[in-house]
Design a protein around this ligand. Structure first.
Ligand SMILES: NC(=O)c1ccc[n+]([C@@H]2O[C@H](COP(=O)([O-])OP(=O)(O)OC[C@H]3O[C@@H](n4cnc5c(N)ncnc54)[C@H](O)[C@@H]3O)[C@@H](O)[C@H]2O)c1
Length: 246
């Protein structure tokens, strides 16, 4: 394993399962180091079992907590070189209808899916720029942020992730590239909260019929983290089997 690659680290939020886990394993496969963050301690311990050569650091944190986020970056401060990559992946899909949302539920979804990523982006960009480095961010949007969602607040947060991507691409160019992926329906735990009628609509509208797996999303995220995407910033890459071509 090249020492040079090992010194390059990527922070992944929501790394314990689903798409975040697939992205984490892909980063390890590519020979880089991983800073895996999640609220799920047990999931993080399971991920740590993949650590054969000390390339995984795990941090239990709640993306909703300003304190937890600040603490994470305080711990990362002395890491040299500082992590060059960030994948804002953690997210929740409560599967609720617009009018069923209580104010506190709205706050929760906004906090996990959008406000947390904004705080993390600020910390990450400050860290990279303070060290005179360069970086790359990949944000987890969704087709729900492009065409609307059966869960309105979720859809709003995912549109927000597209806004965050474009705004931060503009703010931090050329030092930090910022892109997003917008998956359709991906086979994970989260998908189980999507109503059956909505899933059926997706299945009907997909031009390619093979299910989108977390590993498929990880392929595109890896492309955006890698030098192969050096001309991309502010882009949103659809991973949706041709559903809703624009
Ligand atoms: N599965 C899909 O169909 C789909 C489609 C489009 C976009 N996405 C997006 O992909 C991302 C990952 O989704 P997934 O399908 O892998 O979901 P998942 O539920 O399988 O995994 C989400 C991960 O985020 C973590 N997490 C949740 N709340 C957290 C918090 N407060 N602090 C820290 N970590 C927290 C969970 O513990 C879990 O490990 C989400 O942002 C989701 O919106 C998913």
């Amino acid at each position: 394993m090249s020492q040079n690659l090992q010194s390059r680290a990527v922070i992944v939020t929501g790394a314990a399962q689903g798409i975040g886990l697939a992205i984490s394993l892909r980063i390890l496969e590519e020979g880089l180091s991983l800073i895996a963050c999640d609220i799920d301690e047990e999931g993080l311990s399971n991920l740590k079992k993949h650590d054969k050569d000390n390339r995984i650091s795990t941090y239990k944190f709640d993306v909703r907590s300003v304190k937890d986020v600040a603490h994470l970056f305080e711990k990362l401060k002395d890491r040299k070189p500082c992590p060059f990559g960030l994948v804002n992946n953690a997210g929740i899909f409560p599967g609720m209808k617009f009018l069923d949302y209580k104010p506190e539920d709205i706050d929760q979804v906004l906090a996990v899916n959008l406000i947390g990523p904004i705080h993390i982006t600020q910390h990450f960009c400050r860290m990279v720029l303070d060290q005179g480095g360069t970086g790359v961010i990949v944000n987890m949007a969704s087709i729900a942020g492009q065409i609307g969602s059966s869960d309105a607040i979720y859809g709003i947060t995912k549109s927000g992730m597209i806004g965050l991507t474009k705004t931060s691409a503009m703010s931090f160019a050329p030092d930090i590239r910022v892109n997003a992926v917008a998956p359709g329906i991906v086979s994970t735990e989260l998908q189980k909260s999507v109503p059956k009628e909505r899933l059926d609509q997706f299945r009907k509208g997909e031009l390619i019929k093979s299910p989108i797996l977390p590993e498929d999303v990880a392929d595109t995220v890896w492309f955006l983290l890698s030098e192969q995407s050096k001309h991309y910033t502010g882009a949103v890459l659809d991973i949706n089997n041709g559903f809703a071509m624009r």
